[in-house]
Design a protein around this ligand. Structure first.
Ligand SMILES: [Zn+2]
Length: 186
């Protein structure tokens, strides 16, 4: 199961881009037509969210921008409501390397919220790489996992360094064994 926030923010990003008319088709095909009128309030099966992400990638207008915006909004929600205030206040004041280590440790503990049953790992100090093996929210098309890039980038920019840039360098959707994200600019 994955928390409802991924769907709530994706729905909000579609509505903000004027694509409300697409909601019945997209949510209906994902098996959740009820979310057209009201967003979900509880955890959802990760396979349903993965299906919805890929429907948006295939059928929405400007899918890359929509999924990126949904990821950014998801990170904003986490920063405002899920990450302890002590952490959001302290981390930006620490040396970037230390802040990154604390952030990735916290992300590993809460990985189910953005990776479901997938296995999240963070490797390397100087060249930090984040990986999700068996990523249930992987985008199986040419866009790659732009939603995850946006979630991670916003968290790193808010808590580690404004210059942080996250780039997916390998993707399960393109045949790699895991989705791997390089953390640059830190
Ligand atoms: Zn990927």
């Amino acid at each position: 199961m994955v928390g409802p926030n991924a769907v709530i923010q994706l729905r909000a990003a579609l509505l903000a881009s004027g694509q409300g008319a697409c909601l019945p088709g997209l949510f209906g095909a994902a098996g959740h037509a009820a979310f057209v009128t009201a967003p979900p309030t509880g955890p959802l099966p990760e396979a349903d969210i993965g299906r919805l992400f890929n429907l948006v990638a295939a059928h929405a207008r400007e899918p890359e921008r929509i999924l990126t915006e949904a990821g950014r909004r998801t990170a904003e929600y986490l920063l405002a409501h899920r990450i302890p205030r002590a952490m959001t206040a302290l981390l930006p004041r620490l040396p970037a390397r230390l802040a990154a280590a604390i952030l990735t440790h916290a992300m590993t503990r809460h990985a189910w919220t953005f990776a479901g049953s997938g296995r999240f790992t963070a490797e390397g100090g100087r060249h930090l790489t984040l990986s999700i093996t068996a990523n249930p929210l992987c985008l199986h098309n040419r866009t790659g996992c732009v939603w995850h890039e946006a979630v991670f980038q916003r968290l790193f920019q808010a808590l580690v360094s404004e210059r942080a840039e996250i780039t997916e360098i390998a993707c399960t959707g393109r045949g790699a064994p895991a989705c791997r994200f390089e953390v640059g600019g830190v």
